[in-house]
Design a protein around this ligand. Sequence first.
Ligand code: 5GP
Length: 179
Amino acid sequence: MHKDCEKIVIGAEEIAARVQEAAAWLDGRFCGSVPVAVCNLKGSVMFFTDLVRAMKTDVELDFMAVSSYGNETVAAGRPKIKKHLFSSVQGRDVILAEDIVDTGRTLVTLRNFFAERGAKSLTVVTLLDKPSRRKVNVSADFTCFVVEDAFLVGYGLDYAERYRNLPYIAALRRDVYES
Ligand code: 5GP
């Protein structure tokens, strides 16, 4: 385990097994159509690439970025769209891969974003859910893991842009982000 981490919350093998289940669930939902799978950068990147590779359904890939964190461990206000999609989603089935649903504000922003752009449907798949921190009433359609309230890093999740490449999800030591 990385020296800055307190404990591993979800190991690499457990993540891999659950991502397969998420992909199978999506395959069951989308047989016959070609959805657009959208990665919300950067935190979802590992989840997204593993998820779409585990799917049997033909998908198109697109990318966007919504951010409210900066280099902090608490959200710094309203989520902002920092990078728009490359392609139109008008009339398309969209799969959105999220890293964490925390307060839920990012997901509300994204649901509005896809509705305004005329997506035919939106299916949200999240790697993690922290329901104890929810501020708005929103949820994903498929959640891989429900987690306790701790600041997590790894498998795409960062603190000040670090730790994204850890293969597991771990709780960051408090003294690392409080110093
Ligand atoms: P929300 O808008 O739901 O409060 O925040 C969602 C975003 O906050 C996530 O997409 C993620 O980027 C960030 N976030 C929430 N909890 C954590 C955490 O424990 N670790 C990290 N690295 N990011 C988090």
